[in-house]
Design a protein around this ligand. Structure first.
Ligand code: C2E
Ligand code: MG
Ligand code: MG
Ligand code: MG
Length: 280
């Protein structure tokens, strides 16, 4: 009996691996048509400037409204898009969509809002990524480049090729600021900070989560803020969910906060409403 059930388990296991692979293949296939079929949507999460209490930035976060499966998280499909190479085309769409919204909101509200766009390492390193096209597009729609920024991860800078260095310089020369996303969880090899011109560190939400109860997280966050300021960088705390966390972040001199305490990522229309009402 044991043998049979073992074999059944194996069969079940093999079957679920098979389903998993099928599922991935189907998503990869469906993703090819998702841009043309307008299935992607950008949501915008407000980033609050602690000094003024106002929204000074927003992070653009992609959503996929799949016809059969409903909303699919980027955590699920971005890795597939990276594997298939489609990330460059999707990333181009994200950039243009973010630029269009930035243009609209800057004209409507004149608050110097900056929209940040996530650029995956695969996308950044791809030859198909054309910064020239992006800048040309900004020129065409008449949006100043300083209304956009990009978020990259530490891993990209760790063993950065000349090509990566050159691209990074081109972004900054054009006036597009650069943030290090999920700071602190990756490689903790800090030497890249002195080799590259970076504008923001985004402290990973895993540090913020237990800020009130875990003394180590508070000490590390404070150290990150001090180091960043000494290097001339601004700091954004990710995943701020409570008033107590906000207070502690103010105390340690953090510059900006982003998280459910202020607002979840919002569809464009709802973000626009959020912009015009005062923040807690
Ligand atoms: P990320 O860039 O670190 O984005 C922050 C994530 O934290 C978002 O998840 C956001 O919804 C979530 N978040 C914000 N505030 C809170 C909070 O207070 N508590 C908690 N628990 N979570 C919070 P999301 O939207 O699911 O995105 C996941 C990841 O997918 C992003 O992490 C980013 O790496 C990637 N991603 C999203 N949009 C894009 C895109 O347009 N292009 C690329 N290449 N990657 C993207
Ligand atoms: Mg990000
Ligand atoms: Mg992050
Ligand atoms: Mg993340």
């Amino acid at each position: 009996a044991a043998k049979t059930s073992g074999r059944n388990r194996l069969a079940y296991f093999t079957q679920s691996l098979h389903d998993e692979a099928q599922n991935r293949l189907k998503l990869m296939h469906d993703m090819h048509f998702a841009v043309e079929n307008r299935q992607f949507e950008l949501h915008f999460q407000p980033i609050i400037d602690f000094a003024s209490g106002h929204v000074s930035k927003a992070e653009a976060l992609i959503r996929w409204n799949h016809p059969e499966r409903g909303m699919i998280s980027p955590a699920e499909f971005i890795p597939l898009a990276e594997e298939s190479g489609l990330i460059v085309k999707i990333g181009d769409w994200v950039f243009r969509e973010a630029a269009a919204q930035a243009k609209r909101w800057c004209e409507l509200y004149d608050i110097g809002l900056q929209i940040s766009v996530n650029v995956s390492p695969v996308q950044f390193q791809s030859d198909a990524l054309s910064i020239e096209d992006w800048l040309h597009h900004l020129n065409e729609i008449g949006l100043d480049a300083n209304h956009l920024s990009i978020e990259i991860t530490e891993g990209l800078l760790l063993n950065a090729s000349d090509d990566v260095k050159e691209k990074l310089l081109r972004f900054r020369d054009a006036g597009i600021q650069v943030a290090i996303d999920d700071f602190g969880v990756g490689y903790s090899a800090l030497s890249y900070l002195k080799r590259f011109d970076i504008d923001y560190l985004k402290i990973d939400q895993s540090f913020i989560q237990n800020l009130e109860t875990n003394q180590n997280d508070l000490v590390l966050s404070e150290a990150i803020v001090m180091m960043a300021h000494r290097l001339g960088l601004n700091v954004i705390a990710e995943g701020v969910e409570t008033q107590a966390q906000r207070h502690l972040l103010l105390e340690i001199g953090c510059d900006h906060g982003q998280g459910y305490f202020f607002s979840r990522p919002l569809p464009a229309a709802a973000f626009e409403e959020f912009l015009v009402k005062p923040v807690a």
